[in-house]
Design a protein around this ligand. Structure first.
Ligand code: N01
Length: 535
């Protein structure tokens, strides 16, 4: 079908794919410009990652007062966060409130999974096809498909033969799962596993945790939202948000400006203890050289390993649970009673670092000679991060070039927002953007503003097409690699590098440094969208 043949009601100015926080904000901005915009969303509700990740214990690891929109001063004042770290249900309630309060819902088409998006050069428009066969046409296409939304669910041999229930944390049944009286296997020990394991252990008759690599996790110290803190921040929200945007990772980790190198052993110890009390991801702010100086990193990692030994009764189990890699190289986890869970009689840690899972049998999980008999398996195996959700759609640019082909050796973008050869296509928090290395909602709003401003600029200058130049893209890819290369982040098999998905090119995907990134975007815009071809 050609763009002209698309039904009148599906001829749009802009199509946004995904109704998570990125898509909702993009829709709000585009409608604010007077555009006829629509979101296509695979799920039956808004919320994106929080819509799908309903596993037991799912909650945010960024404090609620920071993990929230800032575009509406009224919204900031009227929404009461109940917990310091909001659970999934509370974040979903917030997303639904936003969709209703800003009258976005009528412009969202739910239950619609996009199969393809092709650029028609002659028409200068995108033709978007859904799995159900609907076709839509628009000048602009915005991918708000999420960084951690394409589930990585390994196809272990024999998997389909398993007689029990199989659940991926990122695709959790909406009605919940009752593990009472069941023998359960959890595969993986990343953030999702670390949050769900303590709760599953309380329900299950027996829990087997299959661990390939241990992870650093710090107690979150979650609790009710402190009302005094809330009053204080609300009274100075604009100034507070500005401060957050100036932070390296886009949220307030109480960053210590001193390096470990310039501190005495006592000072280092005191700072680590202070971080332990602050909890969770505050460890990222412990020392200015945490992610650039191996010695500093070793000291902090040793401290956390010592704490793990203090939390786990059996020294052999504690040793297995102690990560050996750079701390912060994979995202640090925030937990509630994770390590203590291994002190329970009904929990067994199965080390699969040397002997991987051989197969899934009808009765359970076979590792070498042993089969662990289970009634249910939780695959907490993460995501095909940052590129997965884009590459699962057949996206084609000028001359029919498939995005998958262009990115076969790894993603290439300008600013993580656009890619050469794909005019009028924007990605919210794409590879090459700070996104997952920041407070996501903060990054999302910065991206949404950039996209909306670009479109407004085109309109004001009687232009219709914006496309990154290959030169700007090449320079940006170099810049992303160069900045990452100055850190310790390349030294472990993280999903930032795509190392968790077999066969995925090993490329460090996020851009490290939110304030620099904002400055770069502002300078690009101020210079008439330098690095883009406008026509
Ligand atoms: O996924 P992960 P996640 N056989 O990729 C293991 C965000 N998040 O869903 O490390 C056996 O971190 C894998 O082992 P290894 C957050 O940004 C945030 O937990 O690759 N094991 C690993 O242990 C986070 O970083 C929140 O050796 C296999 C685990 O599965 C990101 O989402 C909560 C395997 C996957 O861990 C992803 O977290 C949850 C295999 N074939 C998530 N394949 C909060 O806000 C993979 N594994 C708190």
């Amino acid at each position: 079908m050609s763009n002209e043949e698309v039904a009148q009601e599906d001829q749009l100015d802009a199509i946004v794919i995904g109704a998570g926080f990125g898509g909702l904000y993009m829709l709000y901005k585009l409608r604010g410009l007077g555009l006829n915009a629509r979101i296509l969303e695979a799920g039956d509700g808004v919320g994106g990652t929080w819509y799908w990740n309903r596993y037991p214990g799912a909650r945010c690891d960024v404090p609620s007062l920071q993990y929230s929109y800032q575009f509406s001063r009224q919204l900031e004042q009227e929404w009461d966060w109940k917990e310091r770290y909001a659970p999934q249900a509370e974040i979903m309630a917030y997303a639904n409130h936003v969709a209703d309060r800003f009258e976005l819902r009528p412009h969202i088409q739910f239950g619609t999974r996009v199969a393809a998006a092709h650029f028609n050069d002659a028409a200068g428009r995108w033709l978007v096809s859904t799995e159900a066969g609907q076709q839509l046409s628009a000048d602009y296409c915005v991918m708000a498909t999420g960084c951690l939304s394409a589930a990585n669910d390994p196809q272990f041999p024999g998997r389909d033969s398993f007689a029990g229930g199989w659940y991926h944390t990122g695709r959790w049944p909406h009605e919940g799962v009752d593990f009472s009286g069941k023998r359960v296997g959890v595969i993986g020990t990343g953030s999702s596993a670390i949050q769900s394991i303590p709760i599953i252990a309380e329900q299950a008759e027996h829990l087997y945790v299959f661990q390939r690599t241990p992870n650093y996790s710090i107690p979150a110290h979650n609790g009710p939202q402190d009302s005094e803190e809330e009053r204080d921040i609300r009274a100075r929200y604009p100034e507070y948000r500005k401060y957050l945007r100036e932070q390296q990772i886009g949220w307030d980790v109480h960053a210590n400006e001193r390096t470990a190198e310039e501190c005495s052993a006592d000072e280092i110890r005191a700072e680590c203890e202070r971080r332990w009390r602050l909890g969770g991801l505050y460890f990222y702010g412990s020392f200015a050289d945490l992610l650039s100086n191996q010695q500093a990193n070793d000291i902090v990692a040793d401290f956390v390993r010592e704490k793990i030994r203090g939390r786990v009764d059996d020294p052999a189990v504690a040793e297995l649970l102690s990560p050996k890699s750079v701390i912060g190289c994979k995202r640090i986890c925030a937990d509630t009673g994770y390590f203590e869970t291994y002190n329970r009689d009904n929990v067994t840690l199965v080390d699969i670092s040397g002997t991987p899972i051989d197969e899934i049998t009808p009765a359970g999980v076979r590792v070498g000679e042993l089969t662990y008999q289970v009634d249910a398996i939780v695959s907490a195996t993460g995501f095909d991060a940052m590129t997965g959700s884009l590459q699962r759609i057949d996206i084609r640019g000028v001359g029919g070039l498939p995005l998958a082909e262009k990115w076969s050796a790894g993603p290439r973008t300008f600013l993580g927002l656009t890619t050469a050869g794909f005019p009028n296509l924007f990605v919210i928090c794409g590879p090459g953007s700070p996104s997952v290395f920041t407070n996501m909602i903060n990054a999302i709003e910065q991206h949404g503003d950039f996209v909306a401003d670009s479109i407004e600029y085109l309109r004001d200058h009687d232009l219709r097409r914006i496309e990154a130049t290959v030169e700007a893209e090449d320079a940006w890819v170099d810049q992303v690699n160069e900045v990452a290369g100055e850190t310790l982040l390349l030294g472990c098999n993280s999903w930032y590098l795509g190392a968790n998905v077999p066969g995925k090119p090993r490329v460090f995907m996020p851009y490290v440094g939110f304030p620099d990134y904002i400055e770069k975007c502002e300078s690009v815009a101020a210079n008439g969208y330098e690095g883009f071809q406008l026509s």
